[in-house]
Design a binder for this molecule. Structure first.
Ligand code: ZN
Length: 244
């Protein structure tokens, strides 16, 4: 399992996991989130850096279906036959049948322009809906490499899900909270109210992480966090992001 820094992890997380003991050389890969369409070009290079190739990818699991997370999903499905998994409440969004967030929320100009430029360069404005997805619900353990357990954390979107790779001591939280707000440039664990469909619900969903142990936290935006999930959640709660 690796978080993929080189693929501009400031904007999306790509993570790969092998199903069993790290010392066993098993090639199978799960990709968590598909970033933006432009990441398709970088993907083979990134996989090669891990000693893997597109052939080794068994599944793409989405933390939610915002356009900056479904990027190359349809492409890898259509061209390589890789199945795409998403929480049942984000299925229609993944298929392009739900409009994106209405506004940008509070922002600072420089980070906003940076994000827009990044989006323009990487096809964010031309998202491809996913024609076929299979869905999962809360508490499911997915039969994909790494066997993540699903923790439903609605609020960012209705079907937002964190994926807990317990044996890797790692959790992918999507945008349930982030470690950098790309609209304001603020770093550290925090909610992402700009694009939350229900910020109050997103705050409440932080309680769903209670009792979950993971040293490494990979969020959809911002650097990897290696000081533990509970500390990240504590900071996210503390940072003035409580519901108005
Ligand atoms: Zn999002």
């Amino acid at each position: 399992m690796m978080s993929n820094a080189a693929l501009d992890a400031k904007y999306a997380v790509l993570m790969c996991a092998r199903p069993s003991d790290e010392t066993v050389d098993i090639a199978d890969v799960t990709i968590v989130d598909a970033g933006v369409p432009g990441y398709w070009r970088a993907l083979p290079v990134e996989l090669a850096a891990m000693g893997r190739s597109l052939e080794d990818v068994r599944a793409v699991v989405l933390t939610h279906a915002h356009t900056d997370h479904i990027g190359f999903a349809e492409r890898i499905r259509a061209e390589r036959g890789v199945p795409i998994r998403v929480h049942e409440l984000d299925e229609l969004r993944a298929k392009g049948q739900v409009p994106g967030p209405a506004g940008l929320g509070r922002f600072k100009l420089v980070p906003l322009l940076g994000f827009l430029l990044f989006g323009l360069r990487n096809g964010l404005l031309r998202p491809l809906p996913i024609l076929e997805v299979s869905t999962f619900g809360d508490g499911a353990t997915l039969d994909v490499p790494g066997t993540p357990r699903v923790i439903h954390v609605p609020g960012h979107t209705a079907g937002s899900a964190a994926l807990h790779f317990a044996r890797r001591d790692t959790i992918c939280v999507g945008d349930a909270f982030v470690t950098r707000n790309v609209m304001t440039g603020t770093t550290g664990p925090q909610l992402f109210p700009n694009f939350n469909s229900d910020n109050e619900q997103a705050y409440a969903s932080l309680a769903r992480f209670e009792g979950v142990d993971a040293r490494l936290v990979l969020a959809g935006h911002g650097e990897a966090w290696d000081r533990g999930l509970q500390e990240a959640v504590r900071l996210a709660r503390e940072r003035g992001t409580a519901p108005r």
